[in-house]
Design a protein around this ligand. Structure first.
Ligand code: DP6
Length: 359
């Protein structure tokens, strides 16, 4: 009954109110709630071609498999590696829920650079949990799925839904209430755009998991950030309700700056931004000043690549500004996405009837 091959796709999300720091690192419970935009998969290069910003994942559970096998971008993962074991614990948890013992074959492919500051872990986990839930007929709600995705990577729990999504930090010790919730569907503010600049496609020096643990342990500024975030979320929700882009942009820039300030206040310090990131920050403020209001706002994750949130009619102006900054390797933009979905058999990454990856 569980021999069916399921293929799903997921897209990354960009946090507008950031998650940085855990209150429980085993259950992946955050210190503060966070809010993100699930990105659309249709992305367009500025002066270039369109491409897809998504992870595609195929899953099959079979009694003919001796052990779990996970392939990401053509490479088989070492399932003895502690970090990998931790990240894929969700598969075991879902298997247990289904009450089966069959091993799984997972084949996953990203269409964008891994570890570039774009959260491939989020789209990957969202696609994986979605595919496994259907492969095992678990009948999960999106909220249930977010609980499993969270185990793989905290920020991933927000990618199991489309539109504007909040990860409620929850208060329970067992983490059952630490789940994602869709605040608005992707149709609510369809003019929103995320303009992404790649300044460096290299993997980051400090992985976010280790980095945030160090911040919680050593930064005194961090305590203030955690206190501030609740109030900031209230103001942010209000700007969303009113679709007040000026306020919306101010709040996301403040929150990104606040998170990066706590990174610098970490000992030894963590610095994800580079000179180009800082140039972009100045240029955005300059552009907003010229317009007499905020027409765009930057946000940076655990990497140097700026993501500039703006509205459709401003994409060109933002892109023109970015083109004048030396060192930016490429620029693309995308809109708001609808979250993971199932794909057809023809999109499968598993060879039909073979229990092997295609190709
Ligand atoms: C800066 O979700 O990668 O992107 O839960 O340890 O896997 P783990 O961390 P991860 O951290 C993402 C941090 C961030 C901000 C955000 O997406 O909210």
């Amino acid at each position: 009954m569980h021999e069916k091959v399921i293929t799903a796709e997921g897209t990354p999300n960009i946090a507008l109110i950031k998650y940085w720091g855990k209150r429980d690192s085993g259950l992946i419970l955050p210190m503060n709630s966070s809010i993100s935009l699930t990105l659309g998969k249709e992305s367009k290069m500025i002066a270039g071609k369109t491409f897809e910003l998504r992870t595609k994942t195929s899953v099959v559970f079979s009694k003919y498999l001796k052990e779990d096998a996970i392939y990401v971008n053509g490479k088989r993962l070492d399932l003895k590696d502690t970090d990998t074991i931790e990240r894929f614990r969700a598969i075991d948890m879902m298997r247990e829920r289904a009450g089966i013992r069959e091993r799984a074959l997972v084949v996953s492919e990203n269409s964008f650079p891994t570890a570039s500051g774009l959260a491939s872990s989020a789209s990957g986990m969202a696609a994986l949990v979605y595919a496994v839930a259907y492969a095992l007929d678990l009948g999960l709600t999106r909220s249930d799925m977010s609980r499993y995705a969270r185990i793989g990577s905290g920020s991933a729990c927000r990618s199991v839904m489309g539109g504007i999504v909040m990860w409620n930090k929850g208060t329970r010790e067992d983490g059952v209430d630490s789940v994602a919730e869709q605040l608005y569907p992707e149709t609510y503010w369809p003019e929103l755009r995320d303009v992404v600049s790649i300044t460096s496609p290299k993997a980051k020096k400090v992985p976010s998991r280790a980095g945030m643990a160090r911040t919680v342990a050593t930064s005194s500024l961090y305590k203030q950030r955690v206190k501030d975030v609740d109030g900031r979320i209230d103001a942010f929700l209000d700007s969303l309700r009113r679709k007040d882009f000026h306020e919306f942009a101010r709040i996301i820039m403040e929150d990104s700056n606040s998170m990066h300030a706590t990174m610098l206040d970490t000992y030894p310090p963590i610095m994800y931004m580079n000179d180009i990131s800082r140039e972009v920050i100045y240029a955005v403020h300059e552009l907003n000043k010229k317009n007499g209001e905020n027409v765009c706002g930057y946000t940076f994750d655990a990497g140097p690549n700026p993501q500039i949130i703006t509205l459709r009619e401003q994409v060109e102006e933002v892109a023109e500004t970015l083109k004048n900054i030396r060192g930016i390797k490429s620029i693309f933009y995308t809109g708001v996405g609808g979250g993971p979905r199932l794909l057809d058999m023809k999109d499968s990454l598993i060879e039909e009837g073979s229990l092997l990856p295609k190709g």
